[in-house]
Design a protein around this ligand. Structure first.
Ligand code: ATP
Length: 356
């Protein structure tokens, strides 16, 4: 099922939580709503579910207007951060719950419910825990049961609000991979709310980056990472260091270093350039952008991370392939000259240039 959102706004009193949201969620894809705390992700998810009303705008499911429809009529499945399993019911009954409360005319027979629950427990790989109660499960197991329960009624849309938010880092990582696999196996349209960029980059087909109630950019992980639309997206997706320079004479300039801009006609102004840790090279000739002292070296297998103290400005991070670092023989205290392989130049949050 595809979801279309048109010109949607939402206020809480005088506070605007969502500002003119327009979005298409394609059928069968896992789309993440990614953004900092308070940017409106949960509000948007709740409006899609029918748990909250927008001030105006439209929501279409497969082209049909569902804006005025009740949550029950929208056929969505939910998984929230805080596992909402019924404590007095065992795992089997929790998963069966949604089916057993359907109106008589839609309710499957007992044998069919049993078969469906067994199928779902096998899908989430917890068949052996059918008779256990929620307090006997780990946090990760509870979230897997919550997912099985959400899927029991065969929803056309699955909404996940920080489903792994309360779990420790290792379990989160395992469940991410697991969620992506299950999603693709089922082919269901899913929307995941997360503030964790690594999680969004790892599991999503499409990512919607939000900030202050607005959509900043929509795209797959590769597009957002390589072609960020503005400074917010650049900073939010992955580590990056910022350098305040000026645009003059068709180039971004920083302490004597010049980076020619493709659109040479830019007027003179201050502009920030962003460089990611792996986008630096040792300067072989010409004026380097930075000269910096190596403060720390952390060799992590395939990659070596350097923490550098530049002559001007704050500490920065640079990553080299482990083989190059070994060949260069970096040492703490050594001064190195660096030049970027790629930079992203923005003025007042707007993209000016990124080029290799
Ligand atoms: P988080 O990651 O912290 O959950 P979020 O991006 O999901 O954040 P929302 O929960 O959608 O953000 O909230 C967006 C803004 O709207 C916040 O400033 C929040 O305080 C406000 N807000 C949300 N629900 C209500 C409400 N029922 N009444 C008043 N303000 C609300």
């Amino acid at each position: 099922m595809s979801i279309t959102i048109q010109n949607l706004n939402k206020h809480f009193g005088s506070f605007q939580a969502l500002n003119n949201i327009n979005l298409n969620v394609p059928t069968g894809k896992l789309t993440s709503l990614l953004g900092p705390s308070g940017c409106g992700k949960t509000t948007l998810l709740r409006i899609i579910a029918g748990l909250e009303n927008a001030d105006n705008g439209k929501i279409l499911f497969d082209g049909q207007d569902v804006t005025g429809k009740h949550v029950r009529e929208r056929k969505v499945g939910f998984v929230f951060q805080h596992y909402a399993l019924f404590r007095h019911m065992n795992v089997f009954d929790n998963v069966a719950f949604g089916l057993s409360v359907l109106p008589k005319s839609d309710r499957p027979g007992k044998a069919e419910i049993r078969a469906r629950v067994e199928e779902l427990l096998a899908l989430v790989q917890l068949s052996h825990l059918a008779k256990a109660y929620p307090h006997q499960l780990s946090g990760g197991q509870r979230q897997r049961i919550a997912l099985a329960r959400a899927l029991a009624v065969k929803p056309k849309l699955l909404l996940l609000d920080e489903p792994f938010g309360a779990l420790d880092a290792k379990v989160r990582k395992e469940l991410r991979t697991w969620l992506r696999d299950i999603h693709h196996e089922l082919g269901i349209t899913s929307i995941l709310v997360t503030h964790d960029q690594e999680e969004a980059l790892e599991v999503s087909d499409e990512i919607v980056v939000m900030n202050h109630g607005k959509i900043e950019q929509t795209g797959n992980a590769d597009t957002l990472y390589r072609s960020p639309a503005n400074a917010f997206v650049t900073e939010f997706l992955g580590e990056t260091d910022a350098f305040e320079g000026r645009i003059e004479k068709g180039a971004w300039q920083y302490h004597g270093f010049r980076w020619p801009l493709e659109a040479a006609a830019w007027q003179e102004q201050t502009a920030t350039a962003y460089v990611r840790p792996h986008e630096w090279a040792l300067a072989e000739n010409g004026t380097p952008m930075l000269t910096a002292r190596i403060g720390k070296i952390h060799a992590a297998g395939a990659l070596t991370h350097l923490t550098l103290q530049p002559e001007q400005g704050r500490e920065i991070h640079v990553t080299f392939a482990g083989s190059e670092a070994a060949q260069r023989g970096f040492t703490v205290g050594q001064n190195i000259a660096l030049t970027p392989k790629q930079i992203y130049v923005f003025s007042q949050n707007e993209l000016i240039d990124y080029s290799i």
